[in-house]
Design a protein around this ligand. Structure first.
Ligand code: ADP
Ligand code: MG
Length: 397
């Protein structure tokens, strides 16, 4: 689960990490009052969406102006005007995809005098199975380019989970970032606080880009992105409350309500599969035969007819879906339950695209009977390869 910058900064502030003062607003009418609570002489007006690259993004609507999602203002009045221009409009960044995201909230904060922009992140590194710091002297809006062209400028330091964070980790990062004197001490403390916050809140990712050195020589977190482990949210009520469902893919949101493992993708073939491994293999083989999957979906082991029905509805609600492949290898999940769910869903929402069904395993005969007796226009497949070839042919001709 991800949260907004303004929420992440509030967590940072509470944990002793220096951030600017700021106020979040959802209505243009409140922006002037919000900006007036800050000292100036510089205000920064920031679109709050769950995506990075806001500074370099652009709005779809002309009335938003051509300045991107992070704007400087020299007066309270100007800050209020910029907030008004952005609110309700759609910001497109390299992370939002071409559809962009509607800006429903603006964070107005004190502008900082920046001497240097650094990059700092904490993440769970699967290669080392450890939590580690990632840092670079080349922070700011071009970090993706740095990673692509000069990866040696991005350094990683992992942390032994038994010993935990030690001041020497902080000193290493500080020296890697070219910090000097009092800044090294500040960095050691800042990283201790960040690491503590990361571990105590079960985060998956914490990114500060940029971490700046201000003109007075102090460190400050100027941007903050946080991602939390969904499996641990049950023990962090305070974090769960920060969830903003309007930022989530409506299909993924519906899937999470039914406890389905669903991830929306960009392709044209909807997949309904049981088991994560089979779901991955199904996506691979669709690609192999020249099409792209529209989703990852594992209906799981003990899915009910109702759950399968919901899953099918979610797949068909995606306008990109030009065909559906149901690929079930029944074990605990029985083929007849899947068949009943598919038939029920089609009766409810209709079927406007080709449907290929491959059933194998527990109760396969019963499952096939249900499908065949339903009168649905289903293309039967006898194995994974056959199923993939048939659906790709049905969609692509
Ligand atoms: P994003 O990463 O989504 O583009 P950031 O919050 O990192 O958004 O802002 C982009 C750039 O805007 C930063 O790299 C920094 O140069 C500038 N910026 C952001 N916040 C402030 C601030 N409070 N004061 C001064 N400049 C800022
Ligand atoms: Mg940033």
């Amino acid at each position: 689960m991800n949260i907004h910058e303004y929420q992440a900064k509030s967590l940072l502030r509470d944990h002793g990490v220096p951030v600017s003062d700021g106020v979040a607003v959802t209505k243009a009418a409140d922006a002037k009052n919000a900006a007036g609570q800050l000292d100036g002489p510089l205000w920064v007006v920031k679109a709050q969406i769950h995506a990075g690259g806001r500074g370099k993004g652009s709005f779809k609507e002309a009335d938003a102006g051509d300045k991107g999602g992070v704007r400087l203002a020299k007066s309270v009045q100007e800050a209020a005007e910029e907030a008004k221009r952005m609110l309700g409009n759609t910001l497109v960044t390299h992370q939002t995809g071409p559809a962009g995201k509607q800006v429903n909230r603006i964070y107005i904060e004190d502008g900082s005098d920046i001497a240097r922009e650094l990059y700092l992140a904490i993440l769970v590194d699967r290669a080392t199975s450890r939590v580690g710091f990632v840092c670079s002297t080349e922070g700011g809006m071009d970090i993706e380019e740095v990673a692509a062209k000069t990866p040696a400028k991005i350094l990683s330091f992992d942390i032994d989970p038994a010993a935990g964070y030690q001041p020497y980790h902080g000193r290493r990062v500080a020296f890697a970032l070219g910090l000097e004197g009092a800044q090294v001490k500040q960095c050691v403390k800042l990283l201790a606080n960040l690491y503590d916050l990361f571990v105590s809140k079960d985060m998956e990712m914490l990114e500060i880009n940029p971490l700046v050195v201000t003109s007075s020589g102090d460190l400050k977190a100027l941007d903050a992105k946080m991602g939390f482990d969904g499996n641990a949210l049950y023990r962090h009520k305070d974090i769960s409350e920060l969830r903003d469902e309007t930022e989530e893919d409506p299909k993924e949101l519906a899937a999470s309500k039914y406890d389905l493992n669903y991830i929306a993708l960009d392709g044209e073939i909807g997949c309904m599969v049981n088991g994560a491994g089979l779901a991955m293999a199904t996506m691979d083989i669709i690609k192999l035969y020249g099409a792209e999957p529209a989703n990852f979906l594992d209906v799981g082991g003990g899915a009910t007819k109702e759950k399968v029905t919901e899953a099918f509805k979610i797949i068909t609600s995606d306008p990109n879906v030009k065909g559906i492949l149901v690929n079930i290898f029944g074990g605990i999940m029985r083929c007849d339950v899947i068949a009943e769910g598919v038939v029920a869903a089609v009766k409810e929402v209709g079927l406007e695209v080709p449907l290929v069904v491959r059933l194998e395993g527990t109760n396969v005969e019963k499952g096939k009977e249900i499908i065949n007796g339903s009168g649905l226009n289903v293309i039967a497949a006898h194995d994974l390869k056959d199923g993939a070839q048939k659906i790709v042919k049905a969609v692509k001709g």
